[in-house]
Design a protein around this ligand. Structure first.
Ligand SMILES: O=c1[nH]cnc2c1ncn2[C@@H]1O[C@H](CO)[C@@H](O)[C@H]1O
Ligand SMILES: [Zn+2]
Length: 366
């Protein structure tokens, strides 16, 4: 990796993460170890540094579809209870070491049944890994809470089943639902029955929308499907006119801003898939300045060679974000989390605010 460094302040800041794919954050050595154990022979490299580089370079293609092809290798080693458990536990440990105090980690159960596991067994193995990772991190002095979001793949046809699984495990570590995968050609309304079911069950969900496809996808996600949050949502800027002295919002972008619909933004991932041109020009800063409910996220730590600290540092270095901006985005994330309100408030008051106060940041001064 480059000589790019995360400052001591950003490293120490308490972090909240809403958009992180479990199958996009494996340690390279773990992929190699599990591949060896299960006899998976298709890995593109057998040295951890080479494999790490392969993921980053292959994901750096400018196309979401090509970016997603790299997941074949991570998903391949997440087909056993032991493999899923290890990946989930290490995810909790790695996030905790990065200063993340609350994370929602997502994955698609339907992608982990090729070795004969039921989707229930997949969820339980991942949950067990998160719980043990939390305990081990706490013992090392890093408090983290990790909750799961269950993703349905938008090109597949199992969304309703996975929505039901989400409800079944709602009191056991699963806090919401998502759809992911190639966006163009697979509008969210394809899975309307799943979203309507979740609404009837008073359950929460986010939808990847406005990443590789524009406003119609965002509009459907919100106005047809009832999404509580948007995964990426970066193309909402297409509904903001910045040609004049003051930016003017269209109906949809005003709806998103005024309704405080959270945007789970992932800068590095967007640069790799071509959804944004540079950190400096990434719409996240315009949206922050316009007071949309912006959050900062990793998406896929392995494919993007990133961490939550690195995403935040890029914004500081290249888009003039201050620590106060990072505190604001972190509180936005906690306000938007799918855990109960009282628990969100406790994390804000007991961890986020004191952590930033220790860095000398006590309020948001725009
Ligand atoms: O940025 C993204 N956009 C759309 N889909 C994604 C993105 N990152 C990962 N996945 C997809 O979500 C699945 C479950 O975690 C992954 O296997 C990948 O195919
Ligand atoms: Zn994503």
């Amino acid at each position: 990796m480059s000589e790019f460094v995360v400052s001591p302040e950003v490293a120490a800041a308490p972090k909240a993460l809403l958009h992180d794919h479990l199958d996009g954050g494996l340690r390279p050595q773990t992929i190699i170890d599990i591949a060896d154990e299960i006899g998976y022979r298709a890995l593109p490299a057998t040295d951890p540094a080479d494999l790490d580089r392969w993921f980053r370079e292959s994901a750096d293609s400018g196309s979401l579809v090509r970016y997603l092809e790299t997941f074949a290798h991570t998903v391949a080693v997440m087909q056993t209870e032991a493999g899923l458990y290890r990946v989930a536990k290490e995810c909790a440990l790695d996030l905790a070491a990065d200063g993340v105090v609350y994370a929602e980690s997502r994955y698609a159960p339907e992608q982990h049944v090729d070795g004969g596991l039921t989707m229930e067994a997949v969820v339980e193995a991942v949950n067990a890994g998160f719980r043990d990772g939390e305990s081990e991190a706490a013992a090392a002095g890093n408090t983290i809470q990790v909750r799961a979001l269950l993703t349905a793949m938008r090109h597949a046809a199992r969304a309703r089943e996975i929505a039901e699984l989400t409800v079944r495990y709602r009191d056991a570590g699963v806090v919401g639902f998502d759809i992911a995968g190639a966006e163009a050609g697979y509008p969210p309304t394809r899975h309307l029955d799943a979203f309507e079911y979740l609404q009837r069950e008073n359950s929460r969900f986010t939808i990847h929308a406005g990443e590789a496809f524009g406003l119609p996808s965002i509009w459907e996600a919100i106005q047809w499907c009832g999404a509580d949050r948007l995964g990426h949502g970066v193309r909402i800027v297409d509904d903001i006119d910045t040609s004049g002295e003051v930016p003017t919002l269209g109906r949809l972008s005003a709806y998103v801003k005024d309704g405080r619909i959270p945007l789970e933004m992932c800068p590095t991932s967007n640069l790799q898939t071509g959804a944004a041109k540079s950190y400096a020009a990434h719409p996240i800063t315009l949206l922050k300045d316009l007071r949309f409910r912006v959050t900062v996220n990793t998406d896929n730590r392995l494919m993007s060679g990133t961490t939550q600290g690195r995403e935040m540092q890029h914004l500081v270095d290249k888009a003039r974000w201050t620590l106060a901006d990072l505190r604001w985005a972190t509180i936005n994330a906690m306000k938007s989390a799918f855990i109960p309100y009282d628990e969100r408030l406790a994390i804000i008051n007991d961890q986020v605010k004191p952590g930033y106060a220790a860095l000398g940041v006590v309020s948001y001064v725009p």
